[in-house]
Design a protein. Structure first.
Length: 266
């Protein structure tokens, strides 16, 4: 399984500083979540890891990102998106970006391009796995992706990423805009994907769902990590409960006092 290390990462879009001195780890086999409100820098962090910042006119200005001990980016701008995918770092972008005019089957086929997909037999195995996880995609293989429901499009976006046989999956708000039941289905599938050997870095505004999935969590505010710790402890912290879970102190008995949360000086 694969591990990711982000060290002292700063990212800018021209004069806009989007991330400042962010450090984060995804240990091999873990699900790690980054929580934060709109504009906190969550998507920027994923773009930096997947090497797609340049598509958004952004750039790493400081720091390093390494995957399995090898640098995949730094100030030198080594890497590039193709190299990241080839190494097994695959992103599912925000907003269920499927190719609306292409069929479901062609969307999945496109996912295997340029990846570590390997032989035809490997691709066939990946497709069988995607169909096992999302039977609806097998049933609707010949339909245009644009005709799928929002939840089905999210399944297709995830399925397409799986066709690239990721070792580290980067997920940008997979529950966004989905009904609670569909969001729970997607969360269950992420759990299964992780159990089968893929590390996951997830960014979410839905803290309740994300903290149940993840083992470790970071809170990002205005481009900086302000809090991090085991997901269960973050879920129990007053600050996270109030700000991200919408729970007030009067609602429930006092939570267990967290022990190992790390507060980052802003
Ligand atoms: P959201 O949940 O709303 O998607 P986010 O936490 O993912 O927010 P980012 O999209 O990473 O946040 O944005 C971080 C900061 O960088 C914001 O101030 C945003 O306005 C800015 N930003 C993002 N993309 C660009 C861009 N292409 N050009 C200029 N500024 C950008």
């Amino acid at each position: 399984m694969a591990s990711l290390q982000v060290r002292a990462l700063s990212v800018g879009y021209g004069p806009v500083r989007a991330l400042r001195d962010v450090s984060l780890d995804v240990p091999a086999g873990a699900v790690v979540v980054v929580l934060g409100g709109n504009g906190a820098g969550k998507s920027t962090l994923l773009r930096a890891v997947s090497q797609t910042l340049a598509f958004h006119r952004g750039a790493v200005t400081h720091g390093d990102i390494s995957f399995d001990g090898r640098t995949i980016d730094g100030r030198a701008g080594l890497g590039g998106p193709a190299r990241a995918v080839a190494a097994g770092v695959v992103q599912v972008p925000e907003g269920r970006q499927v190719f609306a005019r292409m069929t479901v089957a062609d969307n999945l086929r496109a996912g295997a391009l340029g990846s570590r997909a390997g032989s035809r037999a490997d691709t066939a195995r990946s497709l069988a796995r995607v169909h096992e996880l999302f039977p609806v995609l097998a049933g609707r293989a010949r339909q245009r992706a644009g005709l799928l429901s929002g939840g089905e499009q999210q399944m297709l976006a995830l399925g397409r990423a799986l066709m690239a046989r990721p070792r580290l999956l980067l997920l940008d708000e997979p529950s966004l805009g989905l009904a609670p039941k569909m969001a729970a289905t997607i969360a269950e599938t992420i759990r299964e994907i992780n159990a089968a050997g893929t590390s996951v870095l997830l960014v979410e505004q839905n803290a309740a769902l994300a903290l149940r999935l993840a083992s470790y969590a970071y809170v990002l505010e205005v481009g900086e990590v302000t809090l991090s710790g085991p997901a269960a402890e973050l879920a129990a912290s007053d600050e996270v409960r109030r700000r991200y879970l919408g729970i007030t102190d009067e609602d429930t008995p006092a939570p267990v006092q967290p022990r190992t949360l790390r507060r980052w000086s802003a």
